[in-house]
Design a protein. Structure first.
Length: 352
């Protein structure tokens, strides 16, 4: 019946309906640890709120997930819902927003109150607002600033009330447009988790993960996919180690351009990891699916098919603004500027 009651606002999933598991979303280890504690608290809500009572703090089970599309925000949450057998309603926030302000407010209150009621009746429940920035940003269909504010205020009020009433309802919000999110909404969430494009380490794991799945499905996979990937990975790691030694600091792929500039300068590497800079996990998944269509005809997934399919689908990063992609860390730090100026001295002439 829950599906009927909430159907107007979004899709409801019970653990049996959920395909992905927490383990399917690779990396993000710190988030997973914190989310494990979070969901343990949610399923033992009575005990947890009893403990909090003594501290005079009200439980506040709210989480904001932000970052570029296809980086695992929805899947990871759904994976946790499955792991802890908690039903989840994924609300498409756009659906709440109506040109009639009165309706927007009614919808926002309606969905939260309904979810609160359900969790009071039958225990832990998750309400996941996808694209939460649709409520309360220039992106919403509401045109007047004053109206946006009123929609935001009603959202905040209803969340505050749920927290205050103490029901085992977790409220999640996800957004790709964190810069446009009203700061009052931002503050309402206790946890903020940033999702990012995977770095080359994680891309290697994601690529291998998908190729293993293909092997498990008894589709032939040319071993050169793994050997090329390992070779490229080792070459990149060697460059990273050398750079870190010269610079005396850790470098991350997205902090600055040093790593890939150096790879380019050496002119050696042309592989899957280099190709997939700025790809999300979802882009890699799409590429894999395209490759599968071709591989089914030739009965073997070759390195070339895989490479070309990934190339064809392209990465998400080029479609989103630079500041969104690579976070604030992309603005060069003083140390990086000094490095840029002295790069030649530090690195020596290019290798041929
Ligand atoms: N870290 C990862 N490891 C493995 N697969 C991943 C990873 N990130 C994303 N994927 C793949 O991409 C798919 C889509 O991810 P998901 O829909 O959860 O992204 P999202 O962050 O919610 O995107 P959006 O912001 O567009 O809603 C996942 O089901 C998974 O197959
Ligand atoms: Mg999503």
């Amino acid at each position: 019946m829950i599906k009927d009651r909430l159907g107007k606002y979004g899709a409801v999933y019970f653990s049996g309906d959920i395909k992905e598991s927490v383990e399917d979303i690779l990396g993000n280890e710190t988030k997973k640890e914190i989310l494990d504690d979070f969901f343990k608290a949610l399923i033992k809500y009575d005990e947890f709120s009893e403990q909090l009572k003594n501290t005079k703090l009200t439980p506040n089970l709210t989480v904001l997930l932000y970052g570029p599309p296809g980086t695992g925000k929805t899947s990871l949450t759904r994976g946790f819902a499955k792991k802890y057998s908690i039903p989840i309603c994924i609300v498409e926030s756009d659906r709440l927003v109506s040109p009639l302000l009165g309706d927007t407010i009614k919808n926002i209150r309606g969905v939260v109150e309904l979810a609160a009621e359900i969790s009071k009746e039958r225990g832990a429940f998750i309400l996941f607002f996808d694209e939460i920035d649709a409520v309360g940003s220039e992106r919403s269909n509401i045109h007047e600033v004053g109206e946006i504010k009123r929609a935001v205020i009603s959202f905040l009020q209803v969340i505050d009330r749920v927290n205050y009433e103490g029901v085992p309802l977790a409220i999640f919000g996800a957004t790709n447009h964190q810069h446009q999110l009203d700061s009052a909404i931002w503050r309402r969430f206790t946890f903020h988790f940033k999702f990012d494009f995977p770095d080359y380490n994680l891309r290697k794991q994601i690529i291998e993960g998908f190729v293993y799945k293909i092997e498990n499905a008894k589709i032939g996979v040319d071993n050169s996919i793994f050997t090329n990937l390992n070779k490229e990975y080792k070459e990149i790691q060697d460059i990273v180690k050398e750079l870190e030694r010269k610079l005396g600091r850790k470098i991350s792929e997205f902090d600055d351009n040093i790593l890939w500039d150096e790879v380019k300068r050496k002119g050696k590497i042309e592989g899957l990891l280099k190709l997939t800079i700025g790809y999300s996990g979802s882009d890699i998944e799409r590429g894999t699916k395209v490759a599968l269509l071709k591989a089914i005809n030739s009965e073997l997934l070759t390195y070339d098919i895989f490479y070309n399919s990934l190339k064809m689908v392209g990465g998400t990063a080029i479609h989103v603004e630079r500041q969104d992609i690579l976070s604030d860390a992309r603005t060069p730090t003083k140390a990086q500027k000094v490095f840029e100026e002295n790069k030649k001295k530090l690195l020596g002439p290019p290798e041929i």
